[in-house]
Write a protein that binds this ligand. Sequence first.
Ligand SMILES: Nc1ncnc2c1ncn2[C@@H]1O[C@H](COP(=O)(O)OP(=O)(O)OP(=O)(O)O)[C@@H](O)[C@H]1O
Ligand SMILES: [Mg+2]
Length: 580
Amino acid sequence: MSFFPTAVQKFRKFVLDKCSAELGLYLVSLGPCDDAVRFLFPIFAEYCLEEFADEMKSFRAMISKADLTKPDTWFPFARAMKRKVVYHCGPTNSGKTYEALQRFKEAKKGIYCGPLRLLAMEVFDKMNSLGVYCSLLTGQEKKKVPFANHVSCTIEMVSIDEMYDVAVIDEIQMMADATRGFAWTRALLGVKADEIHLCGDPSVLDIVRKICAETGDELEVHHCERFKKLEVEAKTLLGDLKNVKSGDCVVAFSRREIFEVKLAIEKNTKHRCCVIYGALPPETRRQQANLFNDQDNEFDVLVASDAVGMGLNLNIRRVVFYNLSKYNGDKVVPVPATQVKQIAGRAGRRGSRFPVGLTTTLHLDDLAYLIECLKQPFDEIKKVGLFPFFEQVESFAAQLPDLNFPKILAKFAESCRLDGMYFLCKHDHIKKVANMLEKVKGLSLQDRFNFCFAPANIRDPKSMYHLLRFASDYGQKVPASIAMGMPKGSARNDSELLDLETKHQVLSMYLWLSHQFDYERFPHGKKAEAMATDIADLLGQSLIKANWKPETRQTASRPKPRKNEDGYERPKSLITSYEE
Ligand SMILES: Nc1ncnc2c1ncn2[C@@H]1O[C@H](COP(=O)(O)OP(=O)(O)OP(=O)(O)O)[C@@H](O)[C@H]1O
Ligand SMILES: [Mg+2]
């Protein structure tokens, strides 16, 4: 559509018409982050809507046909800006985020968007400790710091209404993530910032180039190199966990295996283990990371899932892969090379006491696959994720008044049109919640859409039960209660530990809903926050003394282990690591 380039010209003309030529030129040259120009934008918006009524009509018609082509045109104001995109491109541990944060710190107004609450919290703490007032915004927490012009948020929370001097979008390669990719795509296309700093591996560099060519943004690439070399130890651990050493991080891809490894190491060696996996709250992961990093205690080995690949500053000497296959929600597959590289790359972080990073496997059989993964160049990503906004689903739904929300979603997915560079993100989570809430009365289409994004664990029946309860209360217009007791102490066995994990997850969901919906409907946010903090502490205490055999979490349906088509052997134990 030619609407937006014309709009840019019109904006310039508008400014020049409304002001004296000199002032107009001055304003246009300032860039849209200047207060004066910010003031003119809303006036321009109205002007624009009248001027471009026809184009807007065809734009709306396009939306109502589930047409997701040309997503760059969904963000007219960002298109009206002259944005500069700086891509900090390199492998793990190459200083990408550090470089981008330097510009963030200097900015008058900045936003950092990270993939995890943990990373958003890290940046929030770091900035405030450096005297740069910074607020925190995640689905679960809003910490407004007085006088702050900076905000650190999770990628889903980025505002595309506010204007910034500098925006940092971390882990940009996650644009290609099958489920969450759309949040990165939206941030890149829509954020209104003079300067956008992308941090990531080279896999999406080409596609970012193409996107910038379409949006008209200027692109600058900074190539970053690893600070410390990463070496493979060919000897491996010879299949024996007795060979772990201080500073090792043993990586396993299921919760069950993590606890089995911890138990085996603590029983057969003098090492003590910290653990990190996806179902742990960010606060507990951080506490375990600090325990491991601190040299003045006996906890000198880390046992972790792939959750260790992102967001924590860890003093790891050697990454040891317990195995190299994982359950992907459907079947057991070899861990993708990019992920292997990212996890192995955690060894030998700049500032840690180890001169190089080392990586190896427990079993000799896995070594060849590890070496192959590390040698592989980054895949070139051909498509990035998209998902419709509520307004797009609403316009589409208006034509199908007889269909319920799950059917509308299915129809949308079936009939939506996309450009070659984009794919529609997987939305099994959304479908499952939409189906569960189908019979709940009193919810508008928008309520249903919003509830579908609540951070429920769809594989945990208890989590789904609470979500159903919260939605039913909401539909009946009664305040949702937490309805959950506080555990008396730390966990004494694995089922109590699982219970703590679930309780924290449900509280985190309550907090998310309390920020998403009216306060009156979820009035116990403060209480939920306090309970969640206490449970995160209890989880930390429980992990320190955990020395029991893990149980299998009760899940909806799990496939049995079997060989897959390419003959890849599946491990005996199957359990998913529950990510944020
Ligand atoms: N110029 C620098 N001066 C001092 N410390 C630095 C510098 N650059 C990076 N670091 C430190 O090195 C470590 C790795 O940097 P950073 O986290 O920016 O790397 P990255 O490439 O973003 O890694 P990741 O793949 O984990 O995202 C961090 O602890 C960071 O604070
Ligand atoms: Mg980084």
